[in-house]
Design a protein around this ligand. Structure first.
Ligand SMILES: Cc1cc2nc3c(=O)[nH]c(=O)nc-3n(C[C@H](O)[C@H](O)[C@H](O)COP(=O)(O)OP(=O)(O)OC[C@H]3O[C@@H](n4cnc5c(N)ncnc54)[C@H](O)[C@@H]3O)c2cc1C
Length: 311
């Protein structure tokens, strides 16, 4: 059984990992240049020091026994660590949030910088068309491991019923500002729900980060929605001013400032966990089927692999 997985975020990779073994003829396709998805890390050089910002997921929990075991193995390998300031069961990747995704991807065949733009099925199976116009060979089955809106767009022409299920679980956007400063800010490491700021954290306080004072500031869901089409520079100015207001003092000299617009940040929850359509040999996984969290996305991918194996 050959399988194409579109989307190498934590859900798609968990599925590939669980399908694994010699029988697992799996190939993955991801439009990004490297591993992370919404657990990405942005790396920039600041004053000659390579510095990372976790600009997607900030931390993750591990409550499901299978995920607890997996996170335990990652901890043993030194690629995750607890971050108690965010909660008793909060974990982060080390040295950056994308570390566990990177480790999973290293065991798979992933074609990076490869956006899949269309799907087609003929007598031999499923073929994928990529953004550069190339078409893959035929796969026996496909897995769509994308945010709901992107899954819906890809499925619309080949499985409109599945596309409608994805459309029924829309996501919330999130504007995220990454800032580095010449001196520490007089603030606690984590701030939650402070007006236009939904979350702000001293990224450099996470275990294994670099020496430069770095912050990740997220707009609240309502504010991000209202400002979704704004310019990144205006967003950065506004959220930095809001942070200065919380600090009660002007911020120190900024060494680096950037903004990132996540159009599909926080997923809905269609509740199915995962979907396997054995007649058409299409699988769906991702956080939008299980809940807006890293752990739920991992569970969704693992659950889909079990459904496929059972079929
Ligand atoms: C700002 C932000 C903050 C968050 N905070 C937290 C948090 O604190 N705790 C927590 O648990 N969760 C958090 N989350 C949610 C968490 O990151 C996600 O639930 C989880 O990473 C989703 O994984 P996924 O594999 O389902 O999707 P993704 O990680 O989005 O993976 C999908 C992949 O598909 C690729 N792709 C998209 N379209 C195509 C295409 N057409 N062709 C090929 N590839 C494509 C993308 O490049 C991506 O790598 C946050 C998310 C964001 C954005």
């Amino acid at each position: 059984m050959s399988t194409a997985i579109i989307g190498a975020g934590i859900a798609g990779l968990a599925c590939a990992d669980a399908l694994g073994g010699p029988a697992g003829d799996v190939r993955m396709f991801d439009k990004a240049r490297g591993p992370g998805g919404r657990m990405s890390t942005r790396r920039v050089e600041i004053d000659g020091v390579m510095t990372g910002f976790d600009h997607g997921a900030q931390y993750f929990t591990a409550r499901d026994p299978a995920f607890v075991a997996r996170v335990g193995a990652w901890a043993g390998a030194g690629i995750v660590a607890r971050w108690p300031v965010a909660g008793d069961d909060a974990w982060v990747g080390t040295p950056a949030m994308n570390a566990p995704v990177r480790a999973l991807a290293a065991t798979q065949q992933v074609a990076w910088s490869t956006q899949v733009t269309a799907l087609a099925r003929d007598g031999n199976g499923w073929r994928l068309t990529c953004a550069d116009g190339t078409q893959t060979g035929a796969f026996d089955r496909i897995v769509v491991a994308l945010p709901a809106e992107q899954a819906a767009a890809l499925l619309a022409d080949v499985a409109s019923d599945l596309a409608e299920r994805a459309e029924a679980a829309p996501s919330e956007p999130c504007w995220t500002v990454m800032a580095a400063f010449a001196a520490p800010l007089p603030l606690p490491d984590v701030l939650r729900d402070r007006g236009d700021i939904g979350w702000a954290a001293r990224n450099s306080a996470k275990p294994g980060r670099g020496p430069i004072e770095t912050w990740v500031i997220q707009g609240s869901p309502a504010w991000s929605r209202a400002w979704i089409e704004a310019e990144g520079a205006a967003v950065a100015d506004h959220l930095r001013a809001a942070l200065a207001g919380l600090a009660g003092t002007p911020l120190p000299l900024a060494l680096h400032v950037a903004a990132h617009r996540w159009r599909y940040a926080r997923s809905g929850n269609a509740g199915a966990g995962a979907v396997w359509d054995s007649a058409r040999r299409i699988g769906l996984c991702g956080d939008w089927l299980a809940g807006p969290r890293v752990e739920a996305a991992w569970r969704s991918g693992t659950q889909l692999a079990a459904l496929m194996a059972a079929a």
